[in-house]
Design a protein around this ligand. Sequence first.
Ligand code: NIG
Ligand code: FE
Length: 423
Amino acid sequence: MAGEHRLLLHNAQQLVLICTKGEKYLLQAGMQSLAVLDNASVVIGKDGCVKAVGYADAIRRQFSEASFEKTIDCTGKCILPGLVDAHTHPVWAGDRVHEFAMKLAGASYMDIHQAGGGIHFTVEHTQKASEEELFNTFRHRLLRMLRAGTTLVECKSGYGLNLETELKMLRVIEQARRLLDSNISSTYCGAHSVPKGKNATEATDDIINNHLPKLKELNLSGEIHVNNIDVFCEKGVFDLNCTRRILQAGKEIGLQINFHGDELHPMKSAELGSQLGAQAISHLEEISDEGIAAMASAKCAAVLLPTTAYMLRLKQPQARKMLKEGVIVALGSDFNPNAYCYSMPMVMHLACVNMKMSMKEALAAATINAAYALGRSDMHGSIENGKQGDLIIINSSRWEHLIYQFGGHQELIEYVIVKGKVI
Ligand code: NIG
Ligand code: FE
C-alpha cells in the first residue's frame, strides 16, 4: 500500500549495527556487538520507529518500494545511529571569549571562577536575558547540534541559581522539547555554583526547601518535564555533604541523579554517586580506584568530556582503566561558554586520540551508552527494531570517517533523521 511506511534508507555501503539484544549499554568486553553490515537497508514505520534492519536484498524482498512515503538511496554512503550528547549546558546569554584569552595566558578555571568570572559571569547575563532571547539562541544551538548528528541531547539549567531564573531556563528547555525536532533530556542544575551572597549550606537549604518542591509541583502538573538532577561537586563549590543532601532530595521527587564529580579535585564523588544509585556521573578526571570499582558494580555511567579536559588542559580521565574495569563509558560535548563545542564527531575524535579509546568504543560511548546515561537506551542509541528512527547518513563508504575527519562532519553528514523525519 502506498505510504504504508514512512521511510526506506536503501542499500547503504555500511550500516553500523549495535545489537544490544535488550541490553541497555555496551561494555568494552561486548564490543563485538557493534558490527557493520555491508549493503544494508533500514525501514522506518509511520510511528517513526525502526521496523526492519538488514541486508538490502532481504529488505527488498520483504517490502515493496511503492509502500514508502520516501526513499533515500544510500549507495556509497554509511548509516549510523543518531549521536547522543550526554552532557550540555546550552541555555545561556553572553559568551566568555575574553576568558578563553585569559586561560590561554595562564589563568586556571578556578582562578577565574573565584575572581567572580566563569559561571558567575554567565549567571549575571542569563538572569538579565528574556525567555525569548534565551529560546532563540538555544534553538540555534540545537540546530547546530542536529547538523553535527546529535539527535538526543541532555540539556542543563544552572545559570540561574535563583529559583526564578532556574525556572526560566527549564521553561526554555521545555519549549524546545515541545516545538523542535531534537530529543531532549532535561536537567535541573541549580547547584551549579554557590550564588553570590550565600554560602554552600545556605544555597543547599534553599534548593531543598524552595527549588525542589516547586519543581515537583511543575513536573506533576506537566508544565515542565525535568528528568535529572545535577550538582557541581567540587572543592570551593558544593562539598560531598551538600552534594549528598541535594541529590538525595532530588531523587525523592523522582529525578535521576546525574552530576558533575571528581573534575578538578578528588572528591569521592564516584563513590557517593554509586551509593546513591546515580544513573551517571560526569568528568571524573580525578576519580579514585575505589570510585572506578564502585561505578562498575553500581552500573553508573561515566560521562567523559574530552573537550573540557582539552580546553582546560586537565589530566585526561582514565578511560582505558574504566573500560577495563567494566564501567559503562559514555561521552558528552559539555557544550557551555567554557567549552564551546557542539560536535560529537569532534568529541569522539578527541576521546580516541587523547583518551586512547578505539573508534568503536567512542561510537558506542556517543550512542547507546550516552542514551543509557540518560535512562533512554530503551528507545535511543542504536538502530534496532522498535527503537526510535534516529539516524545519520554520511557521505563516505566507511563509517569511521565520521571520527577520522577531525572537524569534517559538516561536509560528511548528509542527512540527519529524527523519528523517521528527515531534518
Ligand atoms: O561541566 N564544571 C562545571 N560546569 C561546566 C562548566 C560550566 C561553565 O564554566 O560555565 C562543565 O565544564
Ligand atoms: Fe558540565
